[in-house]
Design a binder for this molecule. Structure first.
Ligand code: GUN
Length: 293
């Protein structure tokens, strides 16, 4: 039987409606949420992502500003800009789009954002709050969005065997932290696999929920998936395709057609995780504005 497809676009719209109601409540108190994007350099994917996030702000009545800095900008200049945004009361949230140019230390930049404006959830204070289960922090948008996809698609989490492929700071590690919490809508048993994991396929085959976020195109094949498992594809891999517009196309970390025949739930890609990342960013921004207003 073919997997149920988890419609990330529809679930993201549901979250946007909830966020829009919170924006209206803030407006009734005379407050408009403000989000500042900082983009350094010319990474083409970053331009697309920031553009999509700006459009979401516009739709929801969140005031956004985008500060574009040249590839040659020094770390000190980026830190000075963030210092000004931290002090600006009209800016409730700050997002520094990754990746940053090599000469700039991302960790220092992320740590310079005021924790109360860190809508990406990358500041050490927010990372710590997530580990501690403190609901007063910000949770990184992609794993928070995957969590909502699982909850709203009705995938049971308590006691579930979750296998995460990828141990990055943006997806893998915070995803594990969310799902191991002793909390309703969590309580899972989580294994994080990575490039040094032995017999990765055997881990995958145990998973009730398999989250692929390692950035290897179509890595997860049908024979790595337990029948009926929920499979979440976080991958965004650009591959050459002379037949496609622009000579390339995007593929995920999951062999969609093969896995679809085995899985119980599967996210399409595009149309799965991507829209949820944006929905959670909008939600975090409104949370920031509520906390500051
Ligand atoms: N680059 C890829 N994903 C993200 C994200 O969630 N936030 C930021 N700031 N940059 C990213």
């Amino acid at each position: 039987m073919a997997a149920n497809l988890i419609d990330g676009r529809a679930i993201a719209e549901e979250i946007h409606r909830e966020t829009a109601a919170r924006v209206a409540a803030l407006a009734a108190r005379g407050a408009t949420p403000g989000l500042a994007f900082v983009r350094v350099g010319d990474d083409p994917a970053s331009k697309v992502y920031v553009g999509m996030k700006e459009r979401a702000c516009q739709r929801l009545g969140i005031r956004s500003t985008t500060l574009i800095l040249a590839e040659s900008t020094s770390e000190a200049e980026v830190l000075a800009l963030i210092g000004r945004l931290n002090a600006d009361p009209a800016v409730h949230g700050i997002l520094v789009q990754a990746p940053l140019p090599r000469a700039i230390c991302s960790a220092r930049v992320f740590a310079s954002v005021a924790p109360g404006k860190d809508v990406d959830g990358f500041h050490p204070v927010n990372v710590g709050k997530l580990m501690l289960g403190d609901p007063g922090g910000f949770v990184p948008c992609t794993p928070a969005g995957i969590h909502q996809l699982l909850i709203r698609a009705g995938v049971p989490l308590a006691g579930a065997e979750v296998v995460i492929l990828g141990r990055g700071n943006i997806v893998g590690k915070p995803m594990a932290a969310i799902l191991i919490q002793k909390a309703p809508d969590a309580d899972a048993t989580v294994t994080v696999c990575h490039s040094r994991t032995r017999d990765l396929a055997a881990h995958c085959r145990r998973a009730d929920i398999l989250i692929a976020a390692m950035g290897v195109r179509e890595f997860v094949r049908a024979d790595m998936v337990k029948p009926g498992a929920a499979v979440i594809d976080v991958g965004v891999n650009r591959v050459p395709d002379p037949a496609a517009k622009g000579g390339s196309r995007l593929v995920g970390d999951v062999d969609f057609e093969g896995v679809r025949a085995v899985a119980g739930h599967l996210t399409p890609n595009p149309g799965g995780v991507g829209p949820m990342t944006i929905a959670m960013l909008m939600r975090n921004t409104v949370q920031a504005a509520e906390m500051q207003s």
